[in-house]
Design a protein around this ligand. Structure first.
Ligand SMILES: NC(=O)c1ccc[n+]([C@@H]2O[C@H](COP(=O)([O-])OP(=O)(O)OC[C@H]3O[C@@H](n4cnc5c(N)ncnc54)[C@H](O)[C@@H]3O)[C@@H](O)[C@H]2O)c1
Length: 327
């Protein structure tokens, strides 16, 4: 902590997967946390452990409403902006709502943070900003054309953050998350992420569907690595580190077939029958890039990032959590 008085962090999207994990970590680290969420994809059960904590405050509101943003940010020293509508397929189905939340809502939050004179605005950017660029590993300053409405919104966030830094002197840091997974990630709904969806299906002995032949690869990133990046980005005293974007990943890639192999292995420790559940191969999905792998050199050099969890280490933790909490 920087001083004896507790600092306050506004975590938007605090009822969601990443936001609720950040909330838990920063409350335990001695901060006060204000959560702004409209519960569109987040859940009250993600907040149940904090509701009685005097250092926690929930504001049920919408980032599309500037007054809600101003209210939420009023006492904040820092903002960790996570609220957005995730999912490429959702954005293809409904680009207008995705844009309203992810672009107009983001601009509201930036404006509110500027007016409240917060110390720093750290926000969830996305690996989707690499779009159709072919090179691996992805380095921050080489991006391609976006491949979905969602990717456009996340790139526009970066452009706005840069302009707010230059024009108004607001300190910003964007974290380009790469396929984050871990405890509290929602396994339900049409837009569920692959890991919790597959875990739930394996647990019910249902065959998961892999889009394509399973050789697409991703830099799967465990939530604790993401928490570390948020803390470093929020507290870094390196003046060269601010007003920039960082890959937030482990820095290794695994195919979907690898992922399924590990999931079956770890889940079979709880239920041996899961070994016999097969997978189904379907069509590739529109807007999906074949491979994704981050260079994490910039985060290491500028912020001192040192991710502790590989896919396998993270999966063991996550699978144990799902077994306890979904059964
Ligand atoms: N999970 C990933 O792999 C991943 C990868 C890249 C980027 N991101 C970004 O990280 C952030 C958090 O993602 P997540 O996986 O935790 O998703 P999530 O859906 O679990 O969390 C998003 C939260 O934002 C809230 N929200 C949505 N619209 C809102 C609005 N209009 N006003 C207030 N709150 C609103 C939702 O209710 C939810 O609690 C998002 O910005 C997402 O785009 C996530």
């Amino acid at each position: 902590m920087e001083s004896k008085t507790k600092k306050t962090i506004l975590i938007t999207g605090g009822a969601g997967f990443i936001g609720s994990n950040l909330t838990e970590f920063f409350l335990e680290s001695g901060y006060k946390v204000v959560c702004l969420d409209n519960f569109s994809t987040g859940h009250r059960h993600n907040l149940k452990d904090f509701l009685d904590n005097p250092d926690f405050k929930l504001i049920e509101g919408d980032i599309r409403n500037l007054a809600d943003c101003n209210l939420a940010v009023a006492e904040a020293d820092y903002v960790l902006h996570q609220a957005a509508l995730g999912s490429v397929p959702r954005s293809i189905k409904d680009p207008i709502t995705t844009n309203e939340v992810n672009v107009s809502g983001f601009l509201n939050m930036l404006t509110a943070a500027r007016d409240a004179k917060v110390k720093r605005f750290v926000y969830a950017a996305s690996s989707s900003t690499y779009g159709d660029s072919q090179g691996l590993p992805k380095v921050e300053d080489v991006i391609g054309k976006p491949l979905s409405p969602y990717a456009i919104t996340k790139y526009v966030n970066e452009l706005y953050a840069e302009i707010f830094s230059k024009t108004y002197g607001l300190e910003t840091i964007g974290l380009r998350y790469f396929n984050v997974f871990g405890r509290k990630q929602d396994p339900n709904g049409a837009y569920a992420a692959v890991i919790p969806k597959f875990v739930k299906q394996f647990m019910s002995h249902e065959s998961p569907v892999i889009n394509g032949d399973g050789n697409y690869s991703r830099d799967f990133t465990y939530i604790d690595n993401v928490i570390q990046m948020n803390e470093l980005a929020m507290t870094s005293q390196n003046p060269e580190a601010v007003n920039s974007v960082y890959n937030t990943a482990f820095g290794d890639r695994n195919t979907l077939n690898d992922l399924v192999k590990y999931l079956k292995e770890y889940l079979s420790d709880f239920d041996p029958k899961i070994k016999d559940v097969s997978v189904i191969y379907g069509e590739n999905r529109v807007g999906d890039i074949p491979h994704s792998l981050a260079s994490i050199d910039k985060a290491k050099n500028m912020l001192g990032y040192d991710p502790k969890y590989s896919l396998q280490e993270g999966l063991k933790e996550a699978v144990g959590w799902y077994w306890k909490n979904l059964k």
